[in-house]
Design a protein around this ligand. Structure first.
Ligand SMILES: NC(=O)c1ccc[n+]([C@@H]2O[C@H](COP(=O)([O-])OP(=O)(O)OC[C@H]3O[C@@H](n4cnc5c(N)ncnc54)[C@H](O)[C@@H]3O)[C@@H](O)[C@H]2O)c1
Ligand SMILES: O=C(O)CC[C@@H](O)C(=O)O
Length: 524
């Protein structure tokens, strides 16, 4: 049973996939009767109210996934989550239309002074002259950040017969052409626009993108709109230039601190505000809740997710094909980790055959995760494998090759250290399962699962007999046995499997056999 905690106010209808799943129990933080143990929580669902910081992540010690029912993940410490192996999911497009519509409502309200006029009439006044507005028709709208929301705003602006100029360093000419907008450098947008609306995430680059120094470069009488993230337009700078009259007015849905503490700005007669309402429609809240619920359920059930922030996204049809190799990758990493008795500095994964047609980086991460899992005391998975490997000074890489040794697919993993060089090669056979087909120079054939013993010995008569005697004495039944050698009478290996874990004392006895050089227990 998976335990899911819904920490913020999230649409109940949108949670249906989780509420109806038989293997999920949903707790709502705001429902006193919902008692839960933080250490049992597998998945956490939030909007923007809950700060998912390292302290919260550490208190939810079993957490596998955090889902943000919305776009911005700035309330989630992604680095901390990644380090802890927690997958972060969001719902990138469920609230696009609502936010674009809200922005457009803000723009219209701003240039026609609707909120101020509304208050005027409700205050028993009738000041018609005071509220002379500006038409949108023929004006230039500057959109800074031309992603999903920016694009929807452009479409609406076109319907109002506005000229649209945009700035986005990652915008392709094809998309600009498709949406009939003019892509310009930021300083040009700043010079030309009568109204500027920002739709970027809040990053190091976009924090204070509009500031005290550059706001005077905007057209005198410009209108500024921020329905993205507080701080993209510096609040102090905005207030200053509203007071100088350079900025005619501003519409703000988001603030540097929420609820806002800059009262002079909020109360300014040319500023209109809403309490972060961009995504607050029934439709958007249903969409984002439904999207993340489906993804959380999929992730908990070991299926692929559509929109993870810190996990490579694999299309569903590819995921189905790749899944057995993904498990095999973990197993190969684990075999190497258990066989290497000295430090490993470099791991190389080589892929051949059909798998080279797919994205193999996730398989490489699963190998690294399998390798590290036995060695570190934190949870390691494909999310944090790269970070932890780097911390431990282990570099890794991957190659594709054409020679697949006669198999339809091959994964080979090589682990190198100062005194060690280990190689394991495996294949996955549809309907039959995974097989290890090569180990450290020897061709062999065994299923990599269960309780195994990997023995290196000299190919001489009697070695297997002596081993058999030791197992017989300890009443330990050998389930399967595979032998590989290069030359008659030369070095050889054995892979034995057992029905239960092996006792360490048995290994000490085996190592007394003169022709056996090593015996390593592998638990897979
Ligand atoms: N007010 C709300 O309730 C609400 C609702 C949804 C989204 N948002 C916020 O709106 C913003 C945009 O959302 P979206 O869904 O359109 O995201 P998106 O990722 O589709 O678009 C963001 C765009 O910003 C561009 N960008 C990044 N850095 C830039 C820079 N330095 N200068 C110019 N452009 C830059 C990116 O290239 C991208 O095209 C996000 O911050 C999101 O959190 C707010
Ligand atoms: O949860 C909300 O209402 C705000 C969402 C919005 O800021 C987002 O980034 O998706």
């Amino acid at each position: 049973m998976f335990h899911v905690l819904v920490a913020d106010s999230i649409s109940s209808e949108g949670l249906t996939p989780l509420l109806e799943a038989e293997n999920v129990k949903v707790y709502r933080k705001d429902r006193e009767e919902d008692n839960y143990n933080p250490e049992d929580i597998d998945a956490l669902l939030v909007r923007s109210a809950t700060q998912v910081d390292d302290a919260l992540l550490s208190s939810l010690s079993n957490l596998q996934v955090v889902a943000r029912a919305g776009v911005g993940v700035d309330n989630i410490d992604i680095t901390a989550a990644t380090k802890r192996g927690v997958v972060v999911i969001n719902a990138p497009d469920g609230n696009t239309i609502s936010t674009a519509e809200h922005t457009f409502a803000m723009i219209s309200s701003l240039v026609r002074h609707i909120p101020q006029a509304n208050m005027n009439v409700k205050g028993a006044q009738w000041s018609r002259k005071k509220f002379i507005g500006t038409e949108l028709f023929g004006k230039t709208l500057g959109i800074v950040g031309f992603g999903r929301i920016g694009g929807e705003i452009a479409k609406r602006a076109k319907a109002f017969q506005m000229k649209v100029v945009v700035y986005d360093p990652f915008l392709t000419d094809t998309r600009a052409e498709k949406l009939s907008v003019i892509s310009l450098p930021l300083d040009e947008v700043m010079k030309q626009a009568d109204i500027i609306t920002v739709h970027t995430p809040l990053t190091k680059e976009t924090k204070g993108l509009f500031n005290k120094e550059n706001i005077p470069q905007l057209k005198k009488g410009v209108y500024l709109v921020n329905c993205a993230r507080g701080g993209i337009i510096d609040e102090e700078a905005l207030l200053h230039h509203l007071n100088t009259g350079h900025v005619a007015g501003a519409a703000l849905d988001v603030f540097e601190v929420e609820p806002p503490t800059n009262h002079d700005l909020v109360q300014h007669e040319h500023v209109i505000v809403t309490p972060h309402l961009g995504a607050s429609t029934k439709e958007a809240q249903y969409n984002v809740a439904f999207q993340v619920s489906k993804d959380v359920l999929a992730y908990l059930n070991g299926q692929s997710v559509n929109t993870s922030i810190n996990l490579p996204t694999i299309p569903k049809e590819i995921y189905k094909k790749i899944q057995p190799f993904y498990q095999l990758g973990k197993t190969l990493g684990s075999i190497l980790s258990q066989s290497a008795k000295t430090p490993i500095e470099e791991i190389t994964a080589t892929y051949a055959g059909v798998i080279t047609e797919w994205e193999t980086s996730i398989l490489t991460k699963s190998i690294i995760a399998g390798f590290l899992r036995n060695r570190v005391d934190t949870t390691v998975n494909e999310v944090n494998a790269a970070t932890i490997a780097k911390e431990r000074g282990i570099s890794y890489g991957e190659k594709h090759q054409t020679d697949s040794y006669g198999y339809s697919n091959i994964i080979q993993v090589e682990a190198q250290g100062k005194d060690v060089n280990l190689v394991v090669r495996a294949t996955f056979i549809e309907g039959f399962g995974a097989r290890i087909v090569h180990m450290n120079g020897f061709d062999i054939d065994f299923a990599p699962s269960g309780h195994l013993l990997y023995v290196q010995h000299t190919d001489r008569p009697g070695v297997i007999g002596q081993l058999g005697l030791i197992f017989g004495k300890h009443e330990t039944n050998i389930a399967t046995m595979h032998v590989g050698r290069m030359l008659q009478g030369g070095k050889a290996i054995m892979m034995l499997s057992f029905d239960q874990p092996l006792e360490k004392v048995l290994i000490d006895e085996i190592l007394l056999i003169p022709d056996i050089s090593s015996a390593i227990i592998l638990e897979l």
